[in-house]
Each structure stands twice: as structure tokens, then as C-alpha cells.
Write a protein that binds this ligand. Structure first.
Ligand SMILES: [Zn+2]
Length: 128
């Protein structure tokens, strides 16, 4: 039994769903896409249209208690490691490593290293 087992650190991810990113490593290197979801616990990120895998399902088989009526090949996006993507700055449209800053108002923002423009997320308005 291993004592002092390292506890996975929950890192603050710079990226949030909806952010434009470019893939910097792997088979989809150079592709750009939109962040679909983040998995901070595993340090992974799912990008739209990137790292597509095919899942073969057999008709009538059941997965997690849900029976699949139609069989076939389903494309799905596999999670990428967070370090393999970079945020694309909307101001200078270059891939950037984000710099963290805390504004005078106390708000936590990320700043583009190239043009020093704070990256602002387009807030999705609820209840439309
Ligand atoms: Zn920039």
C-alpha cells in the first residue's frame, strides 16, 4: 500500500467551453476548433471536430442500461490533453499562452502575451 499517494491537483484551466483554440500536438496538429467541454480533473479538454474517433455500436446492444436501437459507426470527439491546445487570441488572432492577471476590480482575467489585450469571454445570455 502506497502511502503519501500524490493527490491530483485541481488546476485552474484557462479555457472554458466556447473558446477558440488551436491544436499544437498530435494527429490534429494545426486544427482549430471550439472548446466543447473541459475535464479539469483529468487535465483534458474536448474540442469540436478535433481528435475524432469512431465508436462502433451494435444494434440492440445496451450501454449503461440504455439499449441502442440503431447500430453503426458513431463519430465522437475524444478528450485531448489540455497542454496540447492553445487559446487563439481574438485581438491578434495568434495562438497564445495566456497570462493571468487580476484587475483592480478584483476580477480574474487572462491576458494575451502578444498584444496584452485581456481576453474576454462572450457571456452567453441566459433565457432567450
Ligand atoms: Zn493577442
Amino acid at each position: 500500500m502506497l502511502r503519501n499517494k500524490p493527490v491530483p491537483k485541481r488546476r485552474w484551466l484557462d479555457l472554458a467551453p466556447g473558446d477558440p483554440v488551436v491544436v499544437t500536438a498530435g494527429k490534429d496538429k494545426g486544427k482549430t476548433g471550439e472548446v466543447l467541454r473541459t475535464i479539469p480533473d483529468q487535465h483534458k479538454i474536448v474540442v469540436k471536430g478535433v481528435n475524432l474517433l469512431k465508436r462502433h455500436t451494435k444494434a440492440g446492444s445496451s450501454r449503461a442500461g440504455v439499449s441502442v436501437a440503431q447500430g453503426g459507426v458513431v463519430d465522437f470527439e475524444a478528450p485531448l490533453d489540455y497542454s496540447n491546445v492553445m487559446l487563439v487570441c481574438p485581438s491578434c488572432s495568434r495562438p497564445t499562452r495566456a497570462k493571468h492577471t487580476i484587475l483592480e476590480s478584483g476580477a480574474r482575467v487572462i491576458v494575451c502575451r502578444h498584444c496584452d489585450e485581456p481576453y474576454e469571454r462572450v457571456k452567453k445570455t441566459e433565457a432567450q
